[in-house]
Design a binder for this molecule. Structure first.
Ligand SMILES: Nc1ncnc2c1ncn2[C@@H]1O[C@H](COP(=O)(O)OP(=O)(O)O)[C@@H](O)[C@H]1O
Ligand SMILES: [Mg+2]
Length: 304
């Protein structure tokens, strides 16, 4: 059984397709990255998969439970860190945790043990008796994370969990995501942070304008864009693009060439420089980043 199975799922708002016939599955124990620009349909997908809103069409299962026909059962096996935080500001961290525990029907004593251990792990135990309204954004987000984990869910949905956080909180949350993987939990992580997704995820789905563009491992995605290496060169003078073979891309005052044959390309660059009296000011060879892939596949920037 897959942890998450989605088939032809769609959702429109006012006639505009926010999610357009999306299908994918997430294996058990996997950290699946769901990457897309602002407005791509990530949050709408998460909200459908966590039973907050109903899809217009298609089906989805979480740990085998149909999210439309069996919403309650599906909710019992999943945890969610939503895009906008939902802890009660007038309750303490402890009270918020115990409230969630009681909603899940967890016996009081067990709830207390889990609450104490989670708050400790996330470094907010000392502040357990303070009202949430006095918490910093990072502390609030760590509490939301604890709240999502109190029921010990099999599948965790994280909607941009580190977005706008201080470095320390973001690092702590990334560390926790890695630990969840060791516990064989399944994580569905939406993000617009390529580096985060590249570091944490085994597979990445890229969504753009409601449509799934591609699903693959970060490594395969990097090689997908026409070569395993990117070579960047800058000369001391402007060069007519037609002088260079390999159809380079202009990046600032450098040229970028994607290739699987770095030797040939570098030799040609040197030859070109010698023949035309050019000086090479800079020459870099690197693996294309996930960001390169993203821009190539979505045909746009990843500006938020
Ligand atoms: N409740 C809603 N009412 C109307 N439009 C919505 C609603 N929720 C999302 N949308 C629209 O659906 C599209 C996808 O939004 P969303 O899923 O939030 O994207 P993302 O999380 O990838 O940034 C956007 O065009 C957004 O404006
Ligand atoms: Mg969103």
């Amino acid at each position: 059984m897959e942890a998450i199975e989605v088939k032809d799922m769609s959702k429109s708002f006012n006639g505009i397709k926010a999610v357009d016939c999306v299908s994918f599955s997430v294996h058990r124990g996997e950290i699946f990255g769901f990457l897309g620009p602002n407005g791509a349909g990530k949050t709408t997908t998460v909200r459908m998969l966590t039973g907050v809103i109903k899809p217009d069409a298609g089906e989805a299962r979480v740990m085998g439970c149909d999210i439309v026909k069996d919403t309650q059962k599906a909710k019992e096996v999943l945890g969610v860190v939503p895009e906008t935080a939902n802890a009660y500001p007038d309750l303490t961290a402890w009270q918020n945790m115990m409230l969630i525990a009681s909603l899940y029907g967890i016996p009081r004593r067990e709830g207390e043990i889990r609450t104490a251990s989670l708050l400790r792990e996330f470094g907010i135990y000392e502040r357990r008796l303070s009202k949430v309204k006095g918490f910093s954004k990072g502390m609030k987000q760590r509490l939301i994370f604890c709240m999502a984990l109190v029921s010990n869910p099999e599948v965790l949905f994280l909607d941009e969990p580190t977005s706008g956080l201080d470095v320390q909180s973001a690092r702590m949350i990334r560390q926790m995501i890695k630990e969840l993987k060791e516990e064989r939990k399944t994580v569905f992580l939406t993000s617009h942070n390529m580096q985060e997704v590249g570091e944490l995820c085994t597979r990445v789905g890229i969504i753009n304008k409601g449509k799934m563009v591609t699903i693959d491992s970060p490594e395969n995605l990097r090689t997908k864009i026409g070569g395993s290496l990117a070579i960047e060169v800058r000369f001391d003078k402007a060069v007519d693009k037609s002088m260079l073979d390999f159809n380079p891309e202009r990046v600032g005052d450098s040229y970028r060439i994607y290739t699987t044959e770095p030797h040939e390309v570098i030799c040609s660059i040197v030859e070109l420089a010698m023949l035309n009296g050019l000086k090479i000011k800079n020459l870099n060879v690197h693996s294309p980043s996930l960001e390169d892939v993203f821009v190539k596949l979505t045909g746009g920037s990843n500006e938020q």
